[in-house]
Design a binder for this molecule. Structure first.
Ligand SMILES: Nc1ncnc2c1ncn2[C@@H]1O[C@H](COP(=O)(O)OP(=O)(O)O)[C@@H](O)[C@H]1O
Ligand SMILES: [Mg+2]
Length: 447
């Protein structure tokens, strides 16, 4: 076993293999209980049931595979209800898995209780003990650790009792047992790291939200775990504090190098914090990659619309073999290089994806798409425009421009597309059809 109070970092990989989680429906019973034990409720098994006993979708996680490297900051991001917290709780051991395998460091932890997994969790609601001072909140986890790590068992007894009694006094008057001395050193060290050393004598109710969150972080760090698990830890903070704490956590993690799994529904947090991001939807991982890769090469339409704000624009266009993309407002011709890839694309329709910043303002005379402006948001450094296609008003486009030009609501403007940056998505499965889209040329139907 590693010494619990050493500052040495034990680098641990976290590997998740084919993980399933289902919840039994409270309303119905399964006709075949084997399905439940495997965590796989197939439609075939639900069909066997009486209609009134049909099991609703109870598969919360469906075959999650994820490898988190030693010391990596991995962000799990996805819409509310997609299974992020469930996945984190399974890794922590707070709930039982239905099928699959979880490995932390060199151990399979499937059957280990949370306290044996060498993890520390930080939650959105801080989960501080309200009747304990900051000092004792940070020390709490350390005191619960196996005392043989810090002192001989024989030292506990009266020494410890006196120590407990003196805890009601201000921190500097505490009577310190041998174990407490080591704990105190650790608490001070962590408090300094988080700049909360002046708060050690306060109760949680005497702290601001940001301070509470730092205490919660401190408690996790003090335990020196192999892995941090954080579930939306910044959600209760106001916008400015959130941004600050965001960068503090990243800095700390780089300093401590503890493997971290961080859950958020906020794509900005994901993009700014993660070494890599795992985007989840509906109990499945959609893509695992670096922030820039995810942004520039989204694996599918879901990822493309989830990452980026405002989101990517999608237009339903016709695909005409061998090389033509046809929209009511414009045509795109694909160059030779793409024909091989698109040769396998057999549907008549495809989604064209364009990020807001990949439009630019141009003139009627150039190859362009005429749109009518219906909202202008000037943010100073950039302007966000919502507009509708002139000849297809139900199609809404979000456009980001970096120009001082005054644009008014109701005005017709002409948009060009940065063709090197567009994406194409399979019309039915939503998969990114072409990632390497360097060579499209645009013909304007209006010319
Ligand atoms: N104890 C439970 N029993 C039944 N369903 C649950 C339970 N816990 C979570 N779920 C369901 O699992 C899904 C994923 O929940 P959760 O992991 O909390 O999502 P997220 O954290 O991504 O918002 C949700 O649809 C939720 O309703
Ligand atoms: Mg959650």
């Amino acid at each position: 076993m590693k010494p619990q109070f050493s500052v040495d970092v034990i680098l641990a990989q976290v590997i998740i293999e084919n993980l399933y989680k289902s919840y039994a429906s409270p309303k119905g019973k399964f006709s075949d209980s084997n399905d439940l034990s495997l965590g796989v409720v197939t439609s075939a098994s639900t069909e066997k049931l009486e209609p009134q006993k049909k099991v609703l979708n109870t598969n919360v996680l469906k075959g999650i595979n994820l490898e988190i490297q030693e010391g990596e900051f991995m962000v799990l991001v996805g819409p509310s209800g997609c299974g992020k917290s469930t996945l984190l709780r399974l890794i922590a051991g707070l709930e039982e898995i239905s099928a699959g395998k979880i490995i932390i460091g060199d151990r399979t932890v499937n059957d280990l209780p949370p306290k044996s997994r060498d993890i520390a969790m930080v939650f959105q609601n801080y989960a501080l003990y309200p009747h304990l001072k900051v000092y004792d909140n940070i020390a709490f986890g350390l005191r619960r650790m196996n005392p043989t790590q810090v002192e001989k068992k024989s030292l506990i007894s009266t020494d410890k009792i006196i120590g407990n009694l003196s805890r009601a006094l201000p921190t500097r008057w505490h009577y310190l047992s041998a174990q407490e001395k080591i704990i105190q050193e650790k608490v001070y060290q962590v408090a300094q790291l988080l700049e909360i050393d002046h708060l050690l004598d306060r109760l949680p109710k005497q702290l601001s939200g940001g301070q509470k969150q730092r205490v919660a972080l401190g408690r996790a760090i003090a335990r020196n775990p192999q892995t941090f698990l954080m579930d939306e830890p910044l959600s209760n903070l106001d916008a400015k504090l959130r941004t600050q704490t965001r960068s503090q956590i990243v800095k700390l993690q780089k300093q401590l190098q503890v493997t971290t799994i961080y859950v958020t529904h906020d794509q900005t947090e994901a993009m700014t914090m993660g070494d890599r991001i795992a985007i989840m939807n509906n109990g499945e991982i959609q893509q695992v990659a670096t922030p820039l890769e995810v942004y520039h090469r989204p694996a599918n339409k879901f990822v493309a619309q989830f990452i980026g704000s405002p989101p990517m624009n999608f237009m339903e266009v016709n695909w005409q073999k061998p090389n033509l993309i046809i929209h009511d407002s414009f045509n795109l011709s694909l160059p030779q290089q793409w024909l091989e890839i698109m040769g396998n694309y057999n549907y008549e329709k495809v989604y064209l994806g364009i990020r807001p910043e990949h439009f630019y303002l141009t003139t009627k005379e150039e190859a362009s798409i005429p749109v009518i402006v219906n909202l202008v948001e000037s943010l100073g450094n950039e302007t966000l425009i919502t507009a509708n296609l002139e000849n297809k008003p139900q199609q809404n486009l979000q456009v980001r421009i970096f120009s001082e030009q005054i644009i008014n609501i109701g005005q017709t403007i002409y948009l060009g597309i940065n063709l090197k940056k567009v994406s194409l998505f399979d019309f039915y499965q939503g998969k990114n059809v072409i990632n390497n889209n360097d060579y499209i040329s645009l013909d304007n139907k209006n010319n």
